[in-house]
Design a binder for this molecule. Sequence first.
Ligand SMILES: NC(=O)c1ccc[n+]([C@@H]2O[C@H](COP(=O)([O-])OP(=O)(O)OC[C@H]3O[C@@H](n4cnc5c(N)ncnc54)[C@H](O)[C@@H]3O)[C@@H](O)[C@H]2O)c1
Length: 251
Amino acid sequence: MFDLTGKKAIVTGAGQGLGRGMATALHDAGAEVVIIDISEQMKHTAQEIGKSGAPVHTVKGNLLDLESREIAFNKAIEILGGQVDILINSAGIHDRRSCMDLPVENWSRVMEINSTAVYHACKIVGEKMIKQGSGKIINMASMLTFFGGFNATAYAASKGAVAQLTKSLSNEWAGYGIQINAIAPGYMATDMNQDLLTGSNERLPQINSRIPAKRWGTPEDLGGVAVFLSSKAADYVTGVILPVDGGYLCR
Ligand SMILES: NC(=O)c1ccc[n+]([C@@H]2O[C@H](COP(=O)([O-])OP(=O)(O)OC[C@H]3O[C@@H](n4cnc5c(N)ncnc54)[C@H](O)[C@@H]3O)[C@@H](O)[C@H]2O)c1
């Protein structure tokens, strides 16, 4: 039921962090994976993941740029022989500044990568999935889909948009056999949060004391959920924003 043998997947932002954790899990469940990322790190990641089983492919692309997005996704689809069963939109950025310190250009950058590029990726890959009559799309929401956060106007707005996009598109495409869900990770120990984890700031003890599981999440914590939402087991699950947060949201 959770076997992904023969399935073909594109995972953005899987050069590192949560995308890497989910790409590894899809690969280990049998899927052929293409990583799209802007960072050269993805080549090393692909080698590591692909040490056993099917090879993992890489396509370099800047998801901030419309043309680069089209080129990268078309190349990834070509590598997979025109079939895409799974799309995970994990690439994302944060610009942790107060509203007054955040230039409007930076707001636009966050919105473009975290929201618009996700919409665009769904459109490009969705066209294939509609023709196939099947497909699974996983978007990355956040605790800041639900909360406003601190120094996070652009990021929180972009992740609110991801949830609404996921719900709206799930209605449009359910009839084509396509399921679109989002994972809302809690506080995960990745590069995105290095400043929170290493700096001496007042936020860290506040966050720590709110996590019932008493630890930050890891990329591995998302693996099983990504496989579930990509598999036959989730054929009747769509439009869900699934928290994977050690209980943070319930506190
Ligand atoms: N870490 C967390 O606590 C957390 C919590 C909730 C949601 N998320 C979301 O999960 C996703 C992954 O986060 P992460 O912690 O792994 O971040 P990360 O910074 O570790 O990794 C992000 C990846 O995206 C890639 N990327 C960034 N800009 C890009 C661009 N313009 N074009 C192509 N690739 C680009 C980076 O190269 C990197 O490989 C993001 O959407 C993030 O918003 C993270």
